[in-house]
Ligand binder design. Structure first.
Ligand code: BGC
Length: 717
C-alpha cells in the first residue's frame, strides 16, 4: 500500500527524477557540498543536476558525514526527496561478531538475532538505513571464498538463520535503531561452478526450489525490505536480466513486494555475460526483469538521455520501480525525518559498548567448534607450561572479511588474551601465513621443546576469505604445515587452533594434532572467547554448518546428498566392489560431517520416542529425546533431527535436517527434551515444481551430528 506522500511525489516528479531514484552510486560523489561527476557517470552523460536526483548511495557511514551529505543533497533536490544510505553491515558494524558461517555454527538463532540487532543498532547510529545482509546463499564448496558470508550447506539451518537475521536487523517496526535488510544474492550464487568466483551456475529449477530457494523465501517471509540480484547466470540467463527468476519466482511465487537492487555493476555486466550489446540494452533487460535499482552500473542512467520520449512500457516500468524506492523511503520514515537517528550522542554512547562487546564474545563462544580432543587434553589448567606458536598467535587479523569498520590493529590477539590467563605461556610465530624463514621455525621449535603442551595458532588471513577469494587448494598453506610437522616431532600434545573463513582439508592437521578448535573468524572478542574455551571456562558447543572434506577432490561435499542408484556400501573405507558411487583413491565419508562438534562434557542421545508413529501432513511430530551427560561438567549441545523419506515422487536426500535445538544439560544427569517438527517441513518439490508432503514411510533420525543418529520409523497418511 502506497502512502499519500508517495502518490503526491509520483504525480509531481518528472520522468528524469524518477529515473534518478533507480540509480545508486557511492557517496563520494557528494564530497563537500557540490556533486562531483565522476568517470562512469561522465560516460553516462550525467550532469551535476541529475546527480542530485540519485535515489540512494552506498558505502559511507558516520553520523556527521551522513548528515552533511543529506543536508547538501536536500538543498539541491527539487522535491526534497531524501537519500537512502546503504552499506554492507554483515557481521557487525564496529563491534565485530564472528563471521556469518560461524554464527551458523552456533546453531542458535538467538545468537544470530542478537548479532544482527547489535549491527543494526550501531550502524543506524552511524547513519545507515539499509544493510546488504543477510547473505543466505546455500554453500557447499569451500573453494568459494564467500562461504564465510553464508550460514552453510543446509536449507533448513539457513532458513532459520535468515529469519533470525532479518528480525534482528529490522526489529518489529524498522525504527531508527534498526536497518532495513537486503537479502542476497538472488539467486544460487553459492553454486558457482568449481567454486570459482563469478562463475556460471547451472542448477535445475527443481533443485533450486528444493535446496536453494528456502532460505531466500524465509527472509522474504520475515519481511526483508530488499532483495539483491546475484552476479551469476541461472537457468541460462544472468540473474539481473532473468525475468523468470525475478518476475515469476521472486515477485509472484515468493510474493516479494519490496525493492530489488542489482549487485555492484551487475546490470552493466550483462554486456560481459553476452546477453546485452550495450548499456542501453542491459538497462532494458534489467528493467524488464524487475530490477528497481542499478547499483554502480550506470546503465539505467542511459534512460536519462531520452527521458522525454520513452515508450509507454518502459515509462510504466520506471514508474513501478521509482514507486518502490519511494515506498522504502516512506517505510524508513525519511519523509518525516531525513536525518533519522542522527544525533551527536548516539555514536558515542551506542557503538562498541560493553554490552555489545559482551554479546560479540558470547557469540564467539557459542560458535567455536571442537573437532578433536584426544585424551581430553583440553581444557588446559592455567598453570600449564604451554608454547603458543603460529602466524595467528599475535595477529589481530581475526575479524574476517566485511568488517570495514573494525580495526584488526586494535583487536586483542590470542597471545594477549591467553597470556593474561596463563602465567607459564611462551610464544613465537614460527611462520607467517604464507611465508617463513628457517630462523623463525628453529626459534619456535626450540621454544616449544621447553614446554609441555603446544598451542598451534594457524589459519588464513581475512583477505583470503570473502568476495573474490576462491582457492583451488584448501589445505593450510605449506609453510604452516611444515611448522606443524616440525612441532609434531617433539612428541608433545598439540592443540591446533584454526582461524579461517571456510572448511579446510584438515586431514594432515588432524593426524598431527591431539586437539583441534576451529575458531572461524571469531570477531572483536574472539581471542577472549578462545582463551576461555581453552581453559574450560566455557565449554565449546559449536557444530559444523558445512561438511569438512578429507581432500579437495571430494568437493562439493554435503551431508544431504540425494540417493543414487548405486550407493557406496562402504563410505568410510575402500573395497573391491567396482560399480558404485565412489572414488578409487579416496573414501566417500568426509573428515568431519555436517553438524559435528564435540564438548568437554560427555553428552549422548540415549533413546528417542515419537508421540505418534502415524501422522498427517497437517500434524506436528513430537519427538522426545533422552539425553545423558556422563561427565561431571555441564555442557551445551545441539539436538539435530533429520528425516528420511523411503519413497518419493522425486529423489530424496539420504537425510534432511528438519529441526534442531541448542540445549544445556547439567553434569551427571539425564534430561528429556521434546522437539516439535511440523510435518510441512518434510515437503519435497515434485516434478511439476510444486511442493507437497508425500504420504508414505519415513524415518526420523536424531543425534548430535549428522552421522551418528538413532532412527525410528513413522508414517504420513
Ligand atoms: C557484493 C555484494 C555487496 C556489494 C556492495 C558486491 O561486490 O557482491 O555482496 O553487497 O558489492 O558492496
Amino acid at each position: 500500500m502506497s502512502s499519500e506522500k508517495v502518490d503526491q511525489l509520483m504525480q509531481a516528479m518528472t520522468t528524469a527524477e524518477k529515473i534518478g531514484q533507480l540509480i545508486q552510486t557511492t557517496a563520494d560523489v557528494f564530497p563537500n557540498g557540490d556533486a562531483v561527476v565522476t568517470g562512469p557517470m561522465k560516460s553516462a552523460n550525467m550532469s551535476a543536476e541529475s546527480v542530485y536526483t540519485i535515489g540512494t548511495v552506498l558505502g559511507i557511514s558516520g553520523a556527521k558525514k551522513v548528515e552533511q551529505i543529506q543536508y547538501d543533497y536536500l538543498q539541491h533536490n527539487r522535491l526534497k526527496i531524501p537519500l537512502i544510505f546503504m552499506a554492507d553491515v554483515i557481521h557487525g558494524y564496529q563491534t565485530i561478531f564472528p563471521i556469518p558461517l560461524a554464527l551458523g555454527a552456533s546453531f542458535n538463532p538467538e545468537t544470530m538475532k542478537i548479532a544482527s540487532q547489535v549491527a543494526a543498532q550501531e550502524s543506524a547510529a552511524g547513519g545507515i538505513h539499509v544493510t546488504f545482509a543477510p547473505m543466505v546463499d546455500l554453500v557447499r564448496d569451500p573453494r568459494w571464498g564467500r562461504v564465510m558470508e553464508s550460514t552453510g550447506e543446509d536449507p533448513y539451518l539457513n532458513s532459520v538463520m535468515a529469519t533470525a537475521s532479518v528480525q534482528g536487523f529490522q526489529g518489529d517496526s524498522l525504527d531508527d535503531h534498526h536497518v532495513a535488510a537486503c537479502v542476497k544474492h538472488f539467486a544460487a550464487y553459492g553454486a558457482a561452478e568449481a567454486g570459482r568466483e563469478y562463475n556460471t551456475v547451472d542448477v535445475s529449477e527443481w533443485r533450486f526450489k528444493e535446496q536453494y530457494l528456502p532460505a531466500y523465501q524465509a527472509a522474504v517471509d520475515a519481511q526483508a525490505a530488499l532483495v539483491m540480484t546475484s552476479f551469476n547466470t541461472l537457468f541460462g540467463v544472468p540473474a539481473s536480466a532473468n525475468q523468470h527468476l525475478m518476475r515469476d519466482i521472486l515477485r509472484q511465487e515468493m510474493a516479494f513486494n519490496g525493492v530489488l537492487i542489482s549487485d555492484w555493476g551487475a546490470v552493466a555486466e550483462l554486456i560481459n555475460h553476452g546477453v546485452a550489446g550495450d548499456h542501453q540494452a542491459a538497462a532494458d533487460l534489467a528493467l524488464k526483469a524487475g530490477v528497481d535499482i542499478d547499483m554502480m552500473g550506470y546503465a539505467y542512467a542511459k534512460y536519462l538521455e531520452k527521458a522525454a520520449d520513452l515508450d509507454t512500457t518502459t515509462a510504466q516500468l520506471i514508474d513501478e520501480s521509482a514507486r518502490r524506492v519511494l515506498e522504502l523511503k516512506d517505510k524508513l520514515g525519511l519523509f518525516t525525518d531525513p536525518y533519522r537517528g542522527l544525533d551527536d550522542t548516539r555514536e558515542a554512547t551506542e557503538i562498541k559498548t560493553t554490552a555489545n562487546l559482551q554479546a560479540a564474545q558470547a557469540a564467539a563462544e557459542d560458535s567455536i567448534v571442537l573437532l578433536k580432543n584426544d585424551r581430553a587434553v583440553l581444557p588446559l589448567v592455567p598453570e600449564t607450561r604451554a608454547a603458543l606458536i603460529g602466524p595467528v598467535t599475535d595477529s589481530g587479523d581475526i575479524l574476517g572479511s566485511w568488517s570495514w569498520q573494525g580495526d584488526p590493529a586494535a583487536t586483542e590477539t590470542i597471545k594477549t588474551a591467553l597470556s593474561a590467563a596463563m602465567p607459564n605461556l611462551t610464544f613465537a610465530a614460527g611462520s607467517d601465513y604464507r611465508t617463513s624463514s628457517v630462523r623463525d621455525l628453529k626459534e619456535a621449535v626450540a621454544l616449544a621443546r621447553q614446554q609441555d603442551v603446544i598451542i598451534a595458532a594457524l589459519g588464513l588471513p581475512a583477505d583470503e576469505s570473502g568476495e573474490a577469494t576462491s582457492l583451488a587448494n584448501i589445505q593450510l598453506p605449506a609453510e604452516q604445515l611444515v611448522l606443524l610437522r616440525e612441532l609434531a616431532k617433539l612428541n608433545k600434545p598439540i592443540i591446533s587452533v584454526i582461524v579461517a573463513g571456510r572448511p579446510l582439508d584438515l586431514t594432515e592437521v588432524a593426524d598431527l594434532s591431539t586437539a583441534i578448535l576451529f575458531a572461524w573468524f571469531p570477531g572483536s572478542k574472539g581471542a577472549a572467547a578462545l582463551s576461555r574455551i581453552l581453559l574450560g571456562e566455557v565449554n565449546p558447543s559449536g557444530k559444523l554448518p558445512m561438511t569438512f572434506p578429507r581432500s579437495v577432490g571430494q568437493v562439493p561435499i554435503y551431508y544431504n546428498e540425494y540417493r543414487t542408484g548405486r550407493p557406496s556400501t562402504n563410505p568410510f573405507g575402500r573395497d573391491d566392489i567396482k560399480y558404485q558411487s565412489k572414488y578409487m583413491d579416496e573414501v566417500n565419508a568426509p573428515l568431519y560431517p555436517f553438524g559435528f562438534g564435540l564438548s568437554y562434557a560427555d553428552i549422548s542421545v540415549k533413546a528417542i520416542e515419537l508421540a505418534q508413529t502415524t501422522v498427517t501432513p497437517a500434524d506436528t511430530l513430537a519427538v522426545t529425546v533422552h539425553l545423558e551427560n556422563q561427565s561431571t561438567i555441564s555442557g551445551k549441545t545441539v539436538i539435530e533431527c533429520y528425516t528420511h523419506q523411503q519413497v518419493g515422487e522425486t529423489v530424496r536426500p539420504v537425510k534432511s535436517l528438519v529441526a534442531f535445538e541448542k540445549v544445556e544439560i547439567a553434569g551427571e544427569s539425564l534430561a528429556d527434551f521434546t522437539i516439535e517438527i511440523p510435518c510441512e517441513h518434510l515437503a519435497s518439490v515434485h516434478q511439476d515444481l510444486h511442493q507437497a508432503v508425500d504420504s508414505g514411510e519415513y524415518q526420523i533420525m536424531v543425534g548430535l551430528d549428522s552421522d551418528n543418529l538413532i532412527t525410528v520409523p513413522f508414517t504420513i497418511e
